[in-house]
Ligand binder design. Structure first.
Ligand code: ZN
Length: 442
């Protein structure tokens, strides 16, 4: 038996398609050919902070075992499906397919990490083709080869989650999605927190359905295959489901965030996690966005909370100079208007600076709060007339309405990769040893 790794990316456009749909079709076709899936199709989200990303920036990898005689037929089938389903007429859709057999070289794994946390060039991906046993097929500019390699190299051995995606029949695509709302609420009640981000708690907005013309009816995210399949059984769709597949993904894992030791290591387009002291308190700018600056001994950097009504913005408003925080998010390069800025996805308050308020002293004679007679001139009691030049203001610690903990942007604003609060403590590792029986249809 030959092990095959099939990676592909960048088939969709804002006006049509979805690379996961190509994967869903291939699941059916490759199984029919006699290929044996050794893992759920992997849906790997790449760095959301790159300047040229595709819509969701998700790449796919299918991992199968097959008779050696099947290898060529499988390759032909994959290339044909990618070609047929890609929006090749759209400027900026540049599909790519990568095939690897038996062994994933170390440099492909390292490359994958960099596509999730940093910025890589197509040139580097093409070099990988030369330096490994990989075969790659690119359409147009072939930029999808980058994602193809990344999805193969990232085998999701570390923290991962699952998503069941149900697809619409062709005649319904582009029309409003018809799903019984109450069944989504019921699904959420019965399956969360083993499923997550179904409904935004603040606005009650349904998050499992996309809005665009793509073929996705809905996607439900969760901690294990059984949980998402069960959730899918509870949701009642009023339109037919053409097919569904369970994917294994890096959604909700923070895989894009690279922890750096100092502010000087923060680079544009490379999402980070970095600590610093609040140097300048929050400033509210047009649109209700909040900006503050953090510093350490290597430098300083602006941080922005962009969500006018969200948790992070409310927390950012309460920061004061001297608070120790860890900030997480994408990094925007400097522009003519703004310096380099971290766009917050989450923030951990590590230590609150003590904030002290100075009060006038109490009158030692009658207990009333005294009045100041001017700078360094002492205090006077208005009630009993007692005066003193030796009394001083009393320092009172001001209670901060802020807890030292992690704050995450609300589910409706979270990126695919952002780890939601409910996932903390649920991190897992290792690839599944066995797959559940029905992980796809048909
Ligand atoms: Zn008095």
């Amino acid at each position: 038996m030959t092990r095959m790794y099939i990676g592909f990316d960048d088939t969709d456009s804002p006006r049509m398609g979805c690379t996961t749909y190509v994967a869903a079709i291939l699941v059916e076709k490759l199984q029919r050919l006699g290929a044996l899936f050794t893992d759920y199709p992997n849906l790997v989200r790449l760095n959301p902070n790159v300047p040229w990303k595709t819509r969701g920036n998700g790449a796919l990898c299918l991992r199968v075992k097959c008779n050696e005689k099947l290898v060529e037929e499988i390759k032909d089938t994959v290339i044909k499906e990618v070609e047929e389903n890609a929006d090749l007429g759209y400027d900026g859709t540049d599909p790519g397919v990568v095939f690897l057999v038996n062994h994933i070289p170390k440099q492909v794994r390292a490359f994958a990490k960099r596509t999730i946390q940093g910025v890589v060039k197509l040139k580097e991906a093409l070099k990988l083709v030369d330096n490994s046993e990989a075969e790659a097929v690119g359409f147009k500019k072939g930029r999808g080869i980058i994602g193809g390699f990344a999805a193969i190299g990232e085998n999701l051995e570390e923290d991962h989650t699952y998503e069941i995606i149900a697809y619409r029949t062709p005649e319904n695509r582009g029309r409003p999605r018809r799903i019984e709302q109450s069944s989504i609420v019921e699904m959420d009640e019965r399956t969360s927190p083993l499923t997550f981000n179904n409904i935004d708690p603040g606005t009650s907005r349904v998050l499992i359905t996309p809005r665009g013309p793509d073929p996705i009816l809905y996607g439900i995210r969760g901690e294990n295959p059984c949980a998402v399949r069960r959730a899918h059984q509870i949701v009642h769709s009023e339109e037919p489901v053409e097919r569904w597949v369970i994917f294994r993904t890096n959604h909700g894992t923070d895989a894009h965030l690279r922890s750096v030791g100092s502010i000087s290591e923060v680079d544009p387009f490379n999402p980070v996690a970095v600590q610093g002291l609040v140097a300048r308190g929050p400033k509210v700018i047009t649109g209700g966005h909040v900006i503050f600056t953090i510093r350490d001994k290597t430098g300083k950097i602006d941080c922005a909370a962009y969500e006018p009504t969200g948790t992070l913005q409310a927390v950012a408003r309460k920061l004061v100079g001297g608070d120790l925080v860890e900030v997480y998010g994408g990094v925007r390069p400097p522009s003519s208007e703004y310096p380099i800025t971290i766009n917050l996805e989450k923030m951990r308050i590590l230590k609150l600076a003590p904030t002290v308020v100075l009060h006038n002293p109490m009158c030692p004679r009658c207990g009333r709060r005294m009045k100041s007679m001017g700078l360094k001139k002492g205090f006077r009691c208005e009630k009993c007339g007692f005066r003193s030049s030796r009394l001083e203001k009393v320092a009172v610690e001001h209670k901060r309405n802020l807890d030292p903990k992690i704050y995450v942007t609300s589910p409706k604003s979270q990126r695919h990769l952002t780890k939601p609060l409910c996932r903390y403590g649920k991190e897992k590792s290792g690839v599944p040893k066995k797959m559940i029986g029905d992980w796809h249809f048909p």
